[in-house]
Design a protein around this ligand. Structure first.
Ligand code: PPS
Length: 574
């Protein structure tokens, strides 16, 4: 089916660098003698869009000269291109490379995705890259953090030959390459197409906005959400895609389609908006919606926004001629309760009553199970969000005890477990220090290194339990602050995390000496004994501290239950 009547791809032609089956087989055979690079998260997404033509006219990862020109002037052989697309590798890997050699690029399972001919090898100035591309070297900007902490120090540039596209098993029929969206548009007879980019669930404001944009332009609509990498903390793409599917029939029949874009976003504001528009042009779209703070990461910790709310729109205007895609600019949409409709904020007369719900407010409503009004989001979207964001009283959580040997951790943890089991509703798992050391960490001793491994293992198991809606009670000594903090980070990303310091003083623990270990430690029979001959870093971030000197285990467990209730993890019976 011809698609020549649609908007031309950036640079004139859709790049097709996939090798035919015969050549793919040849490349796979030849790759036995090559170095292999296993692509990590962002690199795989970049490779996919290079191979499928979404980054046309790019035919590979950028060489040093292309990179320099894109970073400084947003130019690729004179053509507008705002974002560096680079492959970063480690020093060790780069050492074995020479110009002209080939590398096999593989997915994490080792499947060969492409062959890259090395044309350029260099150590980039990552500070300059951050400042020029993202306008800041503040690591609170996710792309700057990526450059500083995660990107490797050497970049390899060169052309690619694709062996196979990365495989996805989810929403396969919705994942379309630029050639596929173009074919779809041709079949449907669509020529004017407005693309809508999003990394969030679509609420009523978004539906209203996209409907207006399409109607104003007398165009069809491609809802084109990003399902690659978005901003940390965003709603996962499985939930979002189910929610997008559920609102499709809110649009006038046959006017809108949904397709998923496996892009790794950089949250680069104005430059990112231009990039997004070019990618949509390659997919055959003629128009691109740019709203308030497009692809912006919000504000830094001092409250200063990384980009102005309409910087992206300005960049689109400044580059309009070269883009070839028309911007459909949108102001913030607000709800007018008296008229039960949405309106762009600049068209709302002064003193008109308006309503809105912020992202933080929405998260809080989900966490507490409060109502999400129909004027804000369609019920089918709210349902999808509620399924994956249950209220705290239905979420998994971890109660992480820390304290000296003999402080009462295990006893209180056991009582807490029984109380939670009595209440019911969620499975409860106790990961007591001694039990873990028998089963999970039997080969470990008590050096700092081994204790850290032990605590990380407990944290990993607890995070899996928490993620799946259970309660994990952990009761190791966990003497080091930094690993406790690592666990907090891992676990709170998937549910609740409560750090409990059993703060019974050393003298009392030693006096109790239920296992006779303190006597042995004093006598030097047990080495590296916490509190005697090994450190214990008192937590300053404990959610609750309980000294069991004069408190019974039952009283201590009860205090914890009340605290969990206050935090919302134990709710009213339903
Ligand atoms: S850690 O530091 O968190 O990995 O320790 P943990 O896994 O909780 O193991 C502590 C239990 O092991 C016994 N034990 C020791 N504790 C501290 N230091 C040394 N050197 C040591 N050797 C053995 C002790 O019984 C601890 O159990 P609890 O229940 O805390 O008394």
């Amino acid at each position: 089916m011809t698609t020549d009547h649609l908007i031309a791809p950036h640079g004139g032609a859709l790049v097709d660098i996939m090798a035919d089956p015969e050549r793919s087989a040849e490349l796979r055979t030849a790759s036995r003698d090559w170095s292999s690079w296993d692509l990590h998260g962002r690199q795989i997404h970049d490779l996919e869009l290079l191979l499928n033509g979404a980054f046309s006219p790019l035919t590979g990862f950028m060489t040093e000269s292309d990179y320099d020109s894109v970073v400084a002037d947003m130019r690729l052989d004179g053509l507008l291109w705002p974002m560096p697309i680079t492959l970063d590798v480690t020093e060790e890997f780069a050492e074995g490379l020479e110009l002209g050699t080939s590398i096999a690029l593989r997915d994490p399972e080792g499947v060969m995705l492409a062959a890259l001919t090395v044309e350029s090898l260099w150590r980039p100035d990552r500070v300059r890259e951050a400042e020029e591309v993202f306008g800041t070297d503040n690591p609170e900007h996710p792309a700057v953090a990526y450059l500083q902490d995660r990107a490797n120090s050497v970049y390899v540039g060169g052309t690619l030959e694709g062996v196979t596209l990365p495989t996805h098993y989810d929403f396969r029929s919705l994942r379309m390459t630029p050639a596929e969206t173009r074919t779809m548009f041709s079949k449907l007879g669509w020529t004017r197409i407005v693309a809508f980019q999003t990394r969030n669930p679509m609420h009523r404001a978004h539906v209203e906005l996209t409907m207006r944009a399409a109607a104003e332009q007398e165009a069809n609509l491609l809802i084109h959400p990003v399902v690659g990498m978005t901003k940390p903390g965003d709603v996962d793409h499985f939930t979002r895609v189910r929610a997008y599917q559920s609102i499709l029939n809110r649009y006038p029949r046959n006017t809108a389609r949904l397709s998923l874009l496996p892009l790794a976003m950089r949250m680069g504001g104005p430059r990112e908006a231009l990039w997004h528009a070019l990618i949509r042009k390659n997919h055959g779209c003629t128009h691109f919606i740019v709203g308030r703070d497009h692809a912006g990461p919000g504000s830094d910790s001092s409250g200063t926004p990384f980009y102005g709310p309409y910087d992206a729109q300005e960049a689109m205007v400044d580059n309009a001629d070269e883009l070839g895609v028309e911007m459909v600019p949108f102001k913030l949409m607000v709800y007018l309760p008296d008229e039960d409709r949405y309106q762009p904020i600049d068209q709302v007369p002064e003193d008109t009553k308006t309503l809105s719900i912020s992202g933080t407010d929405l998260r809080e409503r989900l966490a507490t199970g409060r109502e999400i009004p129909d004027w804000f989001t369609y019920p089918e979207v709210a349902d999808e969000l509620r399924k994956t964001h249950p209220p705290r009283s239905k979420q998994g959580f971890t109660v992480f005890f820390t304290g000296l040997s003999g402080s009462g951790k295990s006893t209180v943890a056991n009582v807490l477990m029984v109380k939670l089991l009595e209440m019911g509703g969620r499975p409860v798992t106790l990961l007591d220090g001694d039990i873990v050391r028998k089963n999970l960490s039997s080969e470990l001793g008590f050096s700092k290194e081994h204790r850290d491994i032990n605590i990380r293992r407990i944290g990993f198991v607890a995070s899996e339990i928490t993620k799946n809606g259970g309660i994990a009670i952990c009761a190791p000594i966990a003497p080091y602050d930094h690993v406790r903090k690592q666990n907090r980070e891992v676990i709170s990303a998937v549910g609740g995390y409560i750090l409990l310091h059993i703060s019974t003083p050393l003298e009392v623990c030693e006096q109790r000496d239920r296992k006779g270990l303190y006597a042995k430690a004093r006598a030097g029979i047990i080495k590296e004994f916490t509190g005697i001959s090994d450190p214990y870093e008192e937590p300053v971030d404990a959610d609750l501290a309980i000294d069991t000197t004069n408190v019974t285990p039952e009283e201590a467990a009860n205090q914890i239950v009340l605290h969990l209730e206050k935090l919302g993890y134990i709710g009213p019976r339903d």
